[in-house]
Ligand binder design. Structure first.
Ligand code: ATP
Ligand code: MG
Length: 415
């Protein structure tokens, strides 16, 4: 039986009107329905929820009858997206925990390694609370009565700022290794401590992240990098030796990565646009550089030019699916570094107008910060952007012209 808590500090005016409308409509159709998960957790912590999730006794098909324009999505985990104006409310049906080991033989719910491949066995609200990941993510809010329902001592953990997996951590990570990344993301974002057993099972479970599809891993890492606390989260990834599992092609470039994470967190705090591709570019930069140098040294003029950027990104994609637009971003930012360094007179204007100039310039500044290139270069590019056209021309003229290098033929080949 849950504890019903009436004396809580949820500011009602911060709850999305659309989410409440979804709850009310489902209740009118006689389905038991609540707000659940991260939104209840964040409201209780005085934070603004990122999105609103609804849990209900209605099956996805029944939800669709109440909201005919809603869409059923997902296979492993079927949920319904109900669109209300610009907001999308995620509605999931109460589910129960699939008993670990009992159904593995028919292969319907678990893969060979105990990873849940389907989680669509419906249940009641009690069962639904226990199959959720962390205690602080298992609170239900009843907007009609203005009460919170607590099944697993969530309030206590919320008060002591503790992130605790529900059930046996080893088994819960094995069922769904993405919970490892969620643990890290929430610990960093909420500044919570990991409960001892929840923490202890992370490193041994780390390898199983390879069992997760590259697309799902990207989605989850994207949330980690875009959380506003990427630095703290990355420190935890390092602590639990997960960087090498996730980024096997990343060679050590801790300073550049730290600088990229720092800059991303700062930009989020300032409300500026950010992209995970910038962090990916930093993570794989050393690999790109060492492969470029290796290619130059082994240069065989007969050979077709190889796009090292593409090779490095492709290697990474076997673990994490980097969407095309991000892959292009990374490639452009890398390619532009050499051009920014060369400062060829004739390419200054085209560079300033390049659609990725700003990103490449920001990346160059990271490299200045880590002393990979001298400060004068960064300063030159900073200043040139601020000058008026005449002054710009003067600056560009002052650059040493690049002499065209002719390849000298070896003497023996001369006629
Ligand atoms: P946020 O939306 O702020 O990132 P959240 O806790 O709402 O955090 P969602 O991914 O929106 O996270 O998931 C909603 C809820 O669904 C969670 O609070 C949790 O109760 C449950 N949940 C999500 N993913 C899992 C999972 N992999 N295993 C178990 N429960 C999960
Ligand atoms: Mg959510």
């Amino acid at each position: 039986m849950p504890r019903h808590i009436a004396s809580h500090k949820i500011p009602i005016d911060r709850i999305s009107r659309s989410a409440i409308r979804v709850v009310e409509s489902l209740r009118k159709a006689h389905y038991e329905t609540y707000l659940v998960g991260g939104c209840v957790r964040d409201l209780l912590l005085g934070l603004d929820p990122k999105d609103f999730d609804v849990a209900t006794s209605a099956t996805p098909e029944e939800v669709k009858k109440v909201f005919p324009r809603a869409r059923i999505i997902g296979r492993r985990f079927r949920i319904v997206h109900v669109r209300m104006g610009r907001e999308i409310i995620e509605v999931s049906t109460f589910r129960k925990q699939v008993d670990h080991g009992k159904v593995s033989n028919n292969g319907e719910h678990e893969s060979r390694h105990g990873v849940l491949v389907r989680d669509n066995v419906y249940g009641n609200i009690d069962q639904d609370a226990f199959r959720r990941d962390f205690t602080v993510n298992a609170l239900y809010y009843d907007p009609a009565k203005n009460t919170v329902l607590d099944f697993v001592n969530s309030m206590q953990d919320l008060d002591s700022r503790t992130l605790r997996l529900i059930g046996n951590p080893k088994v819960r990570y094995q069922e769904d290794p993405v919970r490892i990344l969620r643990a890290i993301r929430f610990a960093a974002k909420l500044d919570f401590s990991l409960e001892k057993k929840t923490e202890k099972a992370i490193s041994p479970g780390g390898k199983s992240l390879n069992a997760i599809s590259p697309a799902r891993l990207f989605d989850e890492l994207n949330k980690v990098f875009m959380s506003g606390t990427a630095q703290q989260a990355f420190a935890l990834l390092q602590k639990f030796n997960l960087v090498e599992v996730l980024f096997p092609v990343s060679s050590d470039s801790p300073d550049l990565v730290t600088a990229a994470l720092q800059s991303t967190d700062r930009r989020i705090a300032e409300g500026k646009p950010v992209t995970p591709a910038f962090i990916i570019a930093a993570l794989l930069w050393n690999q790109y550089q060492s492969q470029s140098i290796a290619l130059k040294n082994a240069a065989n003029p007969e050979e077709k030019p190889i796009d090292i950027a593409q090779t490095v990104i492709k290697d990474q994609q076997s673990t994490i699916a980097i969407p095309k637009r991000h892959a292009f971003f990374v490639r452009d930012v890398w390619h532009l570094q050499a051009r920014l360094e060369n400062r060829n007179r004739r390419s200054i204007y085209p560079l300033l107008e390049h659609r990725r100039f700003r990103a490449a310039y920001d990346f160059l500044l990271l490299r200045v910060r880590t002393a990979e290139v001298g400060p004068a270069l960064g300063q030159w590019w900073t200043e040139i952007q601020a000058l008026d056209p005449d002054e710009q021309q003067d600056r560009i003229r002052a650059l040493t012209p690049h002499r065209k290098r002719r390849r000298r033929r070896p003497k023996s080949e001369n006629p």
